[in-house]
Design a protein around this ligand. Structure first.
Ligand SMILES: [Zn+2]
Length: 546
């Protein structure tokens, strides 16, 4: 009999699952909540998780598995999904997936119970060795495919038997009978507010995971160590709270606020565009390049800067004033403008900055790709240089380009970016994090007010930091030592990669038609015989016509 169960819904709020007559994510959440209610009524300690944050499939899977594995030792890990195949009126049925033999016993009991309670077709327990959830959870695990979202018959059964199905799942997981609900819960009743414990360094558990998740601290391992403490302090300074590193009611409120701004804001590029750009960046020569004295950068850096350029390009296309300023032609002022200071190097590579627009913008980001290795070894989370004494909110450097907030006076379009990214703090954090982990000193900030907000956002929404830096480079290039000393490498491979990104962004969001598998591609031969008549011969593929 299971005494303690961790149960989560498949996929996430921003990375949706299947949909048809039913929406997988919405229904999986509904099932999880109802099953949890039954489990708790039977005295089973039940922890629930829904992913509201992830925007990519891999991050979603990692986040779910990390949550399960961060919980104190428990008996079962359960993931609730809905299946999909093709739109049909016919019943399709229920199945429960497992990988270990102990999981197989639970899976069989679970699917039999669902079917007995509902009349759904029994597709049986199924062993699957290719599923991350089953393979990576530390405890015995099962993945429930409740029924098919694209089967009209399944939808009908599921809707009418929702409560018995959930009770059956709970009974099979708990391994004991559970009394039916006295009466159906009124829909839309807010779930009971979660426990908001006072937590600080040395604490562990789900509340720590929550803090780490909201603050984007990787890994979200549920262990409140010095990295998390630094992150909490840095966040407290940014939000005007006393920086004691302890999460109490005020800090919880600010965390809730941050979470909702992030969730309501969305990334400024579509998930598909982000995935495509990351692929192009990851496969590029510049991603594999060993930068002078710094070596190869973490993949998160190269793909992250590529995403920032893509967004700047989009903004330029709609005439955003900040992007227009970034993209203006070489000003010729070597004291102020990094493009003027680097004019010879751009010229040697045939990269002309003589016109306002996308080419100049791309060349600026190519230069920035070389700046990050010098300033931070490509680490989005880099804190201030603790050997220097720049601890004022305005002068404390932060982020991958080690820019500080006093740069804002160089261009009037910089300050509004702080408000904009504070309101919607999405800035490709997840993508910048690939291959990078913060150190103990990285995440704290210095001072108060906008300078502290600036430092926080530079590391939490790295795209914000990139845009501030892009503008500063055009008006205050002496801010960056490696630029002044001409140590920053300008590489045509950086420009080449960004050119590929540019083409993707120009092509827009439309999905190209699916390419048929190679062996179904017809070969088209056109023969002219006799002269004056044409014959088209298609060999292979579905049809063979002559
Ligand atoms: Zn699914």
């Amino acid at each position: 009999m299971a005494k303690s169960i961790v149960i989560s819904s498949g996929h996430g709020k921003k990375i949706r699952g299947a949909s048809g007559y039913l929406d997988e994510v919405d229904e999986a959440r509904r099932v999880v909540e109802k099953v949890a209610t039954y489990l708790r009524s039977a005295g089973v300690t039940t922890t629930v998780f829904h992913d509201d944050v992830s925007t990519t499939q891999s991050d979603n899977l990692n986040r779910i598995v990390n949550f399960h594995n961060a919980q104190p030792s428990h008996d079962l890990d359960v993931s609730v999904h809905f299946n999909a195949y093709q739109t049909t009126s016919k019943p399709m049925g229920s199945e429960v997936l497992y990988v270990s033999s102990a999981g197989g016993d639970v899976a069989r009991a679970c699917v039999d119970a669902i079917v007995a309670a509902s009349g759904l077709i029994n597709r049986g327990p199924k062993k699957r060795t290719d599923l991350k959830f089953l393979n990576s959870c530390d405890e015995v695990s099962v993945l429930i495919e409740t029924c098919f979202v694209d089967s009209k018959a399944d939808e009908g059964i599921y809707e009418s038997k929702f409560d018995p199905i959930c009770r059956a799942i709970a009974q099979s997981l708990a391994g004991k009978a559970i009394a039916p609900s006295p009466e159906p819960e009124p829909p839309g009743l807010p779930s009971q507010p979660g426990e908001r414990p006072l937590i600080g360094k040395g604490d562990t558990g789900p509340a720590v995971v929550e803090v780490q998740t909201v603050l984007g601290i990787v890994p979200a391992d549920g262990d409140f160590g010095s990295i998390t403490e630094g992150g909490v302090k840095g966040f407290q300074r940014a939000t005007g709270l006393g920086a004691d590193g302890i999460v109490g009611p005020d800090t919880w409120d600010e965390l809730d606020d941050l979470e909702s701004r992030k969730a309501n804001g969305e990334e400024r590029l579509s998930p598909k565009m982000i995935a495509d750009i990351c692929e192009v960046a990851g496969d590029s020569m510049i991603a594999a390049y060993g930068w002078k004295d710094r070596g190869k950068m973490p993949i998160g850096y190269t793909q992250g800067v590529a995403l920032c350029f893509a967004l700047a390009q989009k903004w330029l296309a709609i005439g955003d004033p900040a992007a227009v300023r970034m993209a203006r032609k070489n000003t010729g002022n070597k004291d102020k403008d990094a493009l003027a200071w680097y004019a010879d190097k751009f010229g040697a590579l045939g990269m002309s900055n003589s016109k306002d627009g996308i080419d100049t913008l791309r060349h600026l980001f190519a230069l920035m790709l070389g700046l990050g290795p010098r300033e931070s070894s490509g680490r989005y989370c880099e804190g201030r240089d603790t050997t220097a004494d720049n601890v004022q909110p305005d002068t404390a450097e932060a982020g991958m380009f080690q820019t500080s907030w006093n740069v804002r006076s160089s261009d009037s379009t910089i300050a509004p970016l702080l408000a904009e990214f504070w309101e919607n703090p999405n800035g490709f954090l997840m993508e910048f994090q690939e291959g990078v982990k913060p150190d103990a000193n990285d995440l704290d900030n210095f001072g108060t007010g906008d300078g502290a907000k600036y430092q926080f956002l530079s590391k939490y929404a790295p795209c914000f930091h990139a845009f501030v830096t892009a503008l500063g480079l055009r008006s205050l290039r002496q801010h960056w030592g490696p630029i002044n000393r001409s140590e920053v490498e300008l590489k045509d491979q950086a420009n080449d990669m960004l050119m590929q990104v540019q083409v993707l962004v120009e092509a827009g969001e439309e999905t190209p038609p699916p390419i048929p598998p190679v062996d179904l591609l017809p070969t088209i031969t056109i023969k002219i015989d006799p002269p004056g008549s044409a014959r088209v011969v298609i060999i292979g593929g579905a049809a063979e016509v002559a």
